[in-house]
Design a protein. Structure first.
Length: 420
């Protein structure tokens, strides 16, 4: 029986595997490396995060994004966005150098077994492990508005369903949403000749500011420090102190996870959107139906002084409406695990200080699924560094105490061993 099974090979899964291997654990990693970045983001997109805040994590910090870029004759500079394709290739490079072999097969079910867990892969392989880390990314949690949910995929897709947008050349497309995914998708569509509009509930679009220089007077840094989530002390707290965030009252954590860092477009997208994309602000899609050649959307005014209703016809809708990490969407877990999971007030998994489920000792979660426990940083690559260190400490503690013993919340944890 293995010490740890990592399910998923994105930034969080690869970082956890690197730390676990360095700590001497018998670890197996299953998944397609960087799958979301390779398969679910159109060509031409860029990382919204700064390059220095987009590193995967190994204990010695040897395999950073800037090191990869330098080895390829590229640069990773503050204030210069990195193409998604470059970041995906960086993740593959990290996997080759900092992680045990990644087995490119998908886990279809995780269940309990005596002494730990059992995982069934899509090729029929069964693996047993004393602990499991679910690093499944965002794809299980796709959120599509109720008004367009259930319509055929030829008419409605989620923004994460596209590795390219070529099929929409010369067509009419409506993008729902007002955040980065919606605005960058709309920009790419417009630039390839698609007639595109954005429908957003907000009364106005929000745009992130151009980041201040990395080197600046000390008093400017003291007033508004850089962080992995942007400038300012609040962002610094979310980005750099997830452990302290976890000590906040649960309702406060859930509220912040839902509302902090709300929908906004990157500064470098604004000039590509405003001259080229029709934007319908203060509107919400209330109903949708198929019509010859596409679908009809009924809209209602919701904000910004907009009143009344209207309708429009379009050939396709792309819902850039984010992800919602509720327990019921963790279909990977067998019924014995999923139905008995302790949940927080927002229907997310309740986790302890080391990312371990409070109801299922030995089951660890990562990424978006933990944002209500450890803060908004868990929605970004930047959160992988804290997660990898804390989670591996938790796994070591669990391996010592046994999978059937629920740890005391105040118990100490052994630090992960550094890489030699």
């Amino acid at each position: 029986m293995h010490d740890l099974l990592v399910v998923g090979a994105g930034p969080y899964g690869l970082s956890i595997a690197s730390h676990a291997a360095a700590a001497g654990m018998d670890v197996r990693v299953l998944g397609r490396p960087m799958a979301s970045w390779r398969d679910h983001m159109p060509r031409g997109m860029f990382l919204k995060s700064e390059p220095w805040a987009s590193n995967l994590s190994d204990p010695a910090s040897r395999w950073r994004l800037d090191v990869y870029c330098e080895s390829r004759g590229m640069t990773a500079r503050h204030g210069e966005p990195i193409p998604v394709e470059v970041f995906a290739d960086y993740g593959l490079w990290f996997a080759r150098n900092a992680v045990p072999e990644v087995e490119e097969r998908m886990v279809t079910r995780v269940t309990r077994r005596p002494g730990g867990f059992e995982a069934l892969a899509d090729d029929g392989t069964v693996l047993a492990a004393r602990t499991v880390a679910l690093a499944v990314g965002v794809m299980p949690f796709v959120e599509v508005p109720a008004a367009v949910r259930g319509l055929d995929a030829s008419l409605v897709t989620h923004s994460s369903h596209h590795s390219d947008l070529d099929r929409f050349r010369g067509k009419d497309v409506t993008v729902i949403g007002g955040g980065q995914a919606a605005l960058e998708t709309a920009a790419l569509l417009a630039e390839q000749g698609t007639r595109v509009r954005v429908v957003a509930r907000a009364g106005q679009l929000r745009w992130n500011d151009v980041p201040p220089p990395w080197e600046r007077p000390w008093w400017r840094s003291a007033r508004s420090p850089h962080s992995g989530l942007g400038c300012g002390w609040r962002n610094w707290f979310y980005a750099e102190r997830p452990g302290l965030f976890h000590r906040l009252p649960e309702p406060t954590r859930a509220r912040i996870a839902t509302t902090a860092l709300g929908p906004a477009g990157a500064w470098w997208v604004r000039d590509r959107v405003e001259p080229a994309v029709e934007v319908l602000l203060g509107h919400e899609v209330t109903a949708a139906s198929a019509v010859p050649g596409g679908l009809r959307l009924d809209l209602a005014g919701r904000a910004g002084g907009v009143r009344g209703s209207r309708s429009l016809e379009t050939e396709h809708v792309i819902a850039a409406t984010g992800f919602r990490p509720t327990v019921d969407r963790l279909g990977l877990l067998g019924a014995d695990l999923r139905t008995a999971l302790a949940t927080a007030g927002d229907d997310t998994v309740e986790i302890g200080r080391d990312f371990e489920s409070v109801s299922h000792p030995g089951l660890f979660l990562t990424g978006l699924a933990t944002a209500s426990g450890f803060g908004p940083a868990m929605r970004f690559v930047h959160g992988a560094t804290y997660t990898a260190g804390a989670l591996v400490r938790g796994v070591r503690r669990r391996l010592r105490s046994g999978p059937g013993v629920v740890p005391a919340q105040g118990a100490g944890a052994m630090a992960a061993a550094p890489r030699g």
